[in-house]
Design a protein around this ligand. Sequence first.
Ligand SMILES: Cc1ncc(COP(=O)(O)O)c(C=O)c1O
Length: 411
Amino acid sequence: MSLLTIQDIINNTVEYKMKVPFYRPALPPYEKIEPEFRKAYDTGMLAPGEYTMRLKSALQDYLQVKHVIPFSNCSDGMMCLCGYIKSRSNKNQIIIPSFTFAATWQAVDWNGMTSVICDVDENGLLNPKEVANYLSEHSHEVAAILAVHMFGQPAYISELSELALKYNTLLIFDAAHGMGSRLDDKRLGNNGFAEVFSMGITKTLSCGEGGFITTADNQLAEAMEKASMHGHGPGGLDVELKSLNGRIQEINSIIAYHGLTYLDDVITERQHLAGNYRNALEEIAECEPCKSHLVPIIPRRFTRSSHKDYACFLKHCNSLDYTKTNGCSERDHLANFLEENGVAVKKYYYPDIANLSVLSRPQDCGGNTIIHSSSIGNKLADNCLSLPFFNGMTKEQQEHVIGVLSEWAKR
Ligand SMILES: Cc1ncc(COP(=O)(O)O)c(C=O)c1O
């Protein structure tokens, strides 16, 4: 295995050579943050301080939640949350979706717990039927269900809540993509035992690296404050619980705080861009001799998606089934064609969790992984393609992507 350097990453990132980049973060105007950057810099207060406290209370107001616990990122927050659940439970399994980013699985695995993969539906959301099916026989082993608001679509919250209640297990959410999403006009953040958000570089509210946990549970909130700081209580150095260095930095809190004041506009612009893509993809699917086409995710009724990504799946035009999965050849062909024409894309999320290479090396895993069901997740992974999508994307840039897609469809 050769070592990957930062220079290799730069050299291999097609993004740098692309006419249409995949993503650009929606950052607040520099004039807003500059005086506060300077103050943090001058005082040397880069660790969590007044600006992080300010962010915490702004997020509490925005999401209307009782507690917000800032973290260095969503992955660390989820690891601490799963660690807390493990420490209070005599059950060692957590149910996760078959189709998600690896961090969802890693949060469970780092705690030496068993991840149980249950399949998703055609939109990539953890399927309550699959969860019910597993719980009906194994509820005595399941400490929590960890659902994901995939690509910004709210998970099946009420169905999963009912199952959690029925089978006496916790419900938690990987809300990495959830900032700005709504269900029944309510913002996410108040569901289940806790939700964990990301403010990473590709997220709708981005500060580079950052995350936070939301919960109404006082004990959990207190524990997570400590867990994000090596498990130390105020002024102490003793380690009181399973923990890590999960501190957000003041500079990041400044960016996130100002970014939050623009978030609703950011989401409105994304909905407009999503509408353009949707219309164009429908037209492309109808033109002859289109053999296969990209089908976008359409937000469910009574939901507003943050459109964290513009995620699509490649399907046959006639049968509406997925394209050949053997080696994902057709999706890969399309991805190459787009990139050759200056359009950066991502295969969010390939491979599916059950096919992560690390699973074939149990010695590299912290816990076990049980595959209950994963066939739809596997098909989605083989056929997924996310198109360039970011605030400030120009009409010309979007038209270029659409033009390349039409050319591909007519080939
Ligand atoms: C579904 C999902 N969960 C968790 C994470 C991890 O978030 P972070 O980068 O803040 O650790 C990501 C990151 O993209 C994600 O896509």
